[in-house]
Design a protein around this ligand. Structure first.
Ligand code: FAD
Length: 444
């Protein structure tokens, strides 16, 4: 019996959800939940939606329920920065990189597979969500951080990935700000409204999958016929259960989740810039930039002429964001914005929110059976969208016995390393983050 001690909560107002064209899409009414399914998937982010698609594809007659405590597209999969990285070089959030070149090659192969699956669903169902190959800049301002850019360039060359290095005035004219001095532009990255993407994908699930949002799971029991128990007491029997609940897996009390931890980070989106304000961006295409320094800010100039900022990281000893940390983040978001766009000092943020990112000590996700007939997947770093989709897809293959080279690799490589227990974990992680912040300088 695994009882949930904490449920996920929103923090602030998620702009991507508010602005999504799928916001008002209606999923099934939770009163229609049946008392038995072949598979129950808990958590409808990129992990859960991908699992549900694959379960149905592998076995079209299986009856599947996909359940989430919150609206689909409201939590991390719908409140991230909107980068879907194919050409992704894995980076440890806290701790040290333990990804080999071989792991990197697998990550690229899996990312490509997953992204092509998403694109196939989009096309087949004529889904109308933003999905732009705008690419990604990895940028630096401080000279001392250029070393990390050189190292990244080396990685990209070793992996045969397409990139260009842009500096100085050329970079400023591409971005509409002269804040950054040096950058690598990596083409193979999609920018999107993440909430719109995940909600649109969930809307296209086949009729054998019933999606129930705003439905909290308060307990799961393992065994020959495992059960999901809802917060209103209703019980659902299942053949097998998949938990794609992000770091909340630890709040179910599974031993396997003891090596999963999480950070909070914060995002803000401005109103649409006026035509006068847009003059500084004349000829500039929508872009997204992540810092080479792990604590640095992420910035986007969106297709509808807004500025997005993500910055400020704290260790999430409690998974839900506290009011104090949420309020504090406004200062850091504003500072990051004004450092880069001093001429836009009259432009306010229209939205400000907090979110959760799970991580492991060795950049390797959690994947597999966590109790009898209960399976779980939790991501391992900040670029979790493709990773969550990989976990969900291959968890489905695992429980439906669909063998592949990809599944063999995942089974052998996706094991989080040991993380010390509390209070040492919080103390160590917070000290690491402080140290990184100090070193990041104005990249924050
Ligand atoms: C500010 C921010 C920026 C980010 N930027 C990027 C980015 O640009 N690119 C990128 O690749 N990644 C980014 N990430 C990380 C990425 O969003 C996540 O790694 C990814 O979405 C994880 O997907 P998931 O399906 O595992 O989890 P989630 O999307 O968190 O889904 C888990 C779901 O489980 C549900 N749940 C939990 N407990 C229960 C329960 N008891 N009962 C029912 N449901 C439950 C939750 O409500 C939630 O919807 C960012 C994250 C944040 C917060």
């Amino acid at each position: 019996m695994y009882k949930v001690s904490v449920f996920p909560e929103g923090s602030g107002v998620n702009p991507w959800f508010e602005l999504s064209s799928y916001k008002n899409y209606k999923f099934k009414d939770p009163s229609l939940i049946k008392d038995s399914y072949d598979y129950v998937v808990v958590g409808a982010g990129f992990g859960g939606v991908s699992a549900a698609f694959r379960l149905a594809e592998n076995n079209p007659s299986a009856r599947i329920a996909l359940i989430d405590a919150l609206p689909v597209g409201f939590y991390s999969s719908g409140r991230n920065a909107g980068f879907v990285s194919i050409a992704q070089v894995a980076k440890a959030l806290i701790g040290f990189d333990r990804f080999t070149l071989e792991d990197q090659k697998w990550l690229l192969r899996l990312n490509r597979l997953i992204v092509s699956r998403i694109e196939k669903i989009k096309e087949q169902h004529n889904l109308n969500f933003e999905w732009r190959y705008d690419g990604m800049y990895k940028g630096v301002r401080e000279k001392r951080n250029s070393l990390a850019l050189d190292r990244l360039e080396e990685h990209l060359t070793n992996l045969n990935l397409d990139y260009t290095r842009v500096k100085g005035d050329d970079l400023a004219s591409l971005l509409g700000t002269d804040f950054y001095k040096d950058a690598l532009y990596v083409k193979d990255t999609i920018l999107n409204n993440p909430s719109e993407t995940i909600r649109a994908l969930a809307s296209a699930l086949p009729s054998s999958v019933s999606v129930f949002e705003n439905t909290k799971v308060s307990e799961v029991t393992d065994g020959a016929r495992p059960k999901v128990i809802l917060s209103d007491g209703r019980q659902i029997a299942a053949g097998k259960i998949i938990l794609t609940v992000n770091a909340f897996l630890s709040k179910f009390g599974f031993k396997a989740a003891s090596n999963v931890a999480a950070i909070h980070s914060y995002g803000a989106l401005t109103r649409v810039l006026t035509l006068e304000e847009q003059k500084a961006f004349a000829g500039v295409n929508p872009w997204g930039l992540t810092a080479t320094h792990p604590s640095g800010a992420t910035i986007r100039y969106t297709s509808d002429h807004r500025i997005f900022v993500r910055t400020d990281i704290d260790f999430a000893s409690r998974l839900n964001v506290s009011k104090r940390l949420f309020n504090r983040s406004e200062y850091y978001l504003r500072r990051a914005f004004l450092r880069r766009f001093p001429n836009l000092k009259n432009v306010d943020f229209a939205y400000h929110y907090g979110g959760l990112i799970s991580f492991t000590g060795n950049t390797r996700p959690l994947f597999g059976e966590v109790a009898r007939n209960i399976y779980a997947g939790v991501t391992s770093d900040g670029t979790g969208v493709t990773r969550a989709a990989i976990l969900g897809t291959y968890l489905a293959d695992l429980i439906q016995n669909r063998d592949s080279e990809e599944l063999d690799y995942i089974k052998s490589a996706y094991h989080p390393s040991y993380l010390p227990p509390e209070p040492f974990r919080s103390i160590g992680a917070s000290a690491f983050l402080k140290y990184k912040d100090l070193y990041a300088g104005v990249e924050l």
